[in-house]
Design a protein around this ligand. Sequence first.
Ligand code: SAH
Ligand code: SF4
Length: 350
Amino acid sequence: MSKKNIYSFTQEELIKELVENPIKQFPSFRAKQIYHWLYTKYEDDFSKMENLPKELREFLKDNYTSNAVEIARKEESSDGSVKYLFKTLDNLTYEAVFLKMKEDKFTFCLSSQIGCKVGCSFCLTAKGGFVRNLSIGEMVYQVVAIKKDQNIPSNKAVNIVYMGMGEPLDNLESVKGCISILSELDGLSISARRQTISTSGIAPKIKKLGALNLGVQLAISLHAVDDKLRTELMPINKAYNIQAIIDEVRTFPIDSRKHVMFEYLMIDGLNDGLESAKKLVALLNKIKAKVNLIYFNPHEGSIYKRPSKEKVEAFREFLLKKGLLCTIRESKGLDISAACGQLREKELHN
Ligand code: SAH
Ligand code: SF4
């Protein structure tokens, strides 16, 4: 029987594993101790969990794995962001990025799938097609590994964005599990409020996510203000067009202090003019929205170009004047193949 990934259980589920398994039963308080080792001390060697009885350490070693994923490669950018390439037991790779925001704030950008089914024309992840979903443990491990590698104490609050490789709503079961584990108070203690799910706009799944009432933040990858261009960039727009997405967003339960984020990839000459900005303002009318402008990050073979700084800033100015919140995503880590999928692409072709 294959071993279960130790990073795939909430504390309650871990208690069940200890108390209800047919091999040997252990008291429930041991789950809290194991959690402490895994998520506070970042210890992944069961034999070193010294306050656990030997019998339990052996039970863990025989039935669970703590090293189903390893860091295969790491690239550091001059701005302090670090991109990690992880390798799974079946020799597949996926990425996560550690971003240093201002005032000592950290954001971790996580992957949810290896590859992606959505097939956006500007995205490198899409190029390789879809390989498989990440498991809960494979997702959670991204956070543990980065916190450990960056020496970030467990009580230091960090933000999580599901904006790496993959479409999180196409792997909602695992993403949901990951959110619960990350938010465990005896573990990493990253509340759902600090976690943002970014989606290409699969309308019925946004509804499903809303109904789960997890308390997470929502980000929509909009990228265009008319259906013709959006369909060209994101074929999923044929199934769920801009209006269908906006309708879902209007009923999504959001924290009264928060906003729905609309990501808008700026591509030279395609969607970066003020006429697009004007349409965007009209589209987001009466939505508690925050727009995040992203510079298109060119990669080999891409037909699109990065817009000028002047264009992006003029776009932002226009939105601000109309009363919309708007930030520009600094091209963090441009020198470390920042856009999602680029480190993996490098590894595959080396
Ligand atoms: N699949 C989800 C989750 C994130 S996709 C979604 O589409 O929302 C990864 C993020 O990287 C998206 O915000 C996307 O807009 C951005 N991205 C993809 N390719 C990019 C590129 N070449 N340059 C800049 N950003 C890119
Ligand atoms: Fe998938 Fe997001 Fe890339 Fe589109 S942008 S292909 S949805 S990962």
